[in-house]
Design a protein around this ligand. Structure first.
Ligand SMILES: *Cc1c(COP(=O)(O)O)cnc(C)c1O
Length: 296
């Protein structure tokens, strides 16, 4: 049932570079839906299935003003006939972000939480114990999120030597690590600045058998921080749009493609490497940028 909600048959691999010794391809997960970011569907699917099986009628989760996870949860719950609650980090803004407007349009009830209170998630959950809500962690962090994200590998064959993906909560990355073959290296990109604890959060999600798989997390491609969009990044986004007709978002996918090209330039990869960047979408987030910055 959940599998039929989005257009998974549209997923494809876009070749980007074919140099003499290096191949770079992009896995286009962004095309499955305009609102639900590529990886969000994968991460949510087993939670929603679990909730439906346990006969919950309402899903509650957490996120910020521009959260792809929030709007994806709203959309998916709506499609499944479930109610959804979004606990939103921060006071209610005068004008709702495009993301929150969309979440609301898809039936999500928004509850705004001051930042200091928002940090204490267990207290929040406890304060709503009388409600019979099924709780999903921020970003779908957790075992069922990892299980769903591992299925992204259904589109990745053994010929790839390196798989590059960005990490917010690291749930998708953990899923990719569990599904990777022995000869495949997963390269994660931390999109946040100064969040060096992320690596521990990823390890924590990995089953014992996967904890010593080939995997690294690079911290240098944050471009100033989580939702920062310096000119160099927006110019790069326009550039790859014009060259390859490839749309990217400024929080995640643009950074992953920039990093892949940069690592190739630095000769990070051995000759014969076949690299795949997982493009997870997030394009709805570009609506928060001032108009005219992007050419697509
Ligand atoms: C949420 C998201 C990520 C990060 O996923 P995590 O599992 O939280 O690390 C990456 N790219 C896009 C487009 C996203 O929306």
């Amino acid at each position: 049932m959940i599998d039929n909600l989005l257009q998974l048959d549209k997923i494809f691999i876009q070749p980007l570079l074919q140099e003499s010794e290096i191949t770079l391809d992009i896995l286009r997960l962004d095309v499955i839906n305009e609102i639900v970011s590529g990886n969000k569907w994968f991460k949510l699917k087993y939670y929603l299935q679990d909730a439906v099986e346990k006969q919950y009628a309402t899903i509650a989760t957490f996120g910020g003003y521009f959260s792809n996870h929030i709007v994806a949860t709203a959309y998916m719950c709506n499609a499944l006939g479930l109610k959804s609650i979004g606990i939103i980090r921060g006071e209610r803004p005068k004008i709702l972000s495009h993301t929150l407007q969309n979440a609301s349009k898809h039936g999500m009830q928004l509850i705004f939480m001051p930042r200091d209170k928002y940090k204490k998630k267990t207290d929040i959950i406890e304060s709503y114990t009388n409600e019979n809500w099924y709780w999903i962690n921020e970003g779908g962090y957790g075992e069922l999120g990892v299980k769903g994200a591992a299925e992204i590998f259904n589109w990745i064959d053994n010929s790839y030597s390196h798989i590059i993906a960005t990490a917010g909560t690291g749930t998708m990355l953990a899923g990719l690590i569990t599904a990777a073959k022995e000869h495949q290296q997963i390269i994660g990109l931390n999109v946040m600045k100064g969040n060096e604890a992320l690596i521990n959060e990823i390890y924590f999600l990995l089953p014992e058998k996967d904890k010593n798989k080939k995997f690294i997390l690079l911290n240098k491609y944050h471009f100033g921080g989580y939702a920062k969009c310096p000119n160099i990044l927006s110019e790069f986004m326009n550039d790859i749009w014009n060259k390859y007709h490839l749309p990217t978002d400024f929080v995640y996918s643009a950074k992953s493609i920039y990093a892949a090209l940069d690592l190739i330039k630095e000769k990070y990869f051995y000759s014969g490497s076949k690299i795949l960047v997982v493009h997870c979408g997030g394009l709805q987030g570009n609506n928060s940028l001032p108009k005219n910055i992007l050419q697509f």
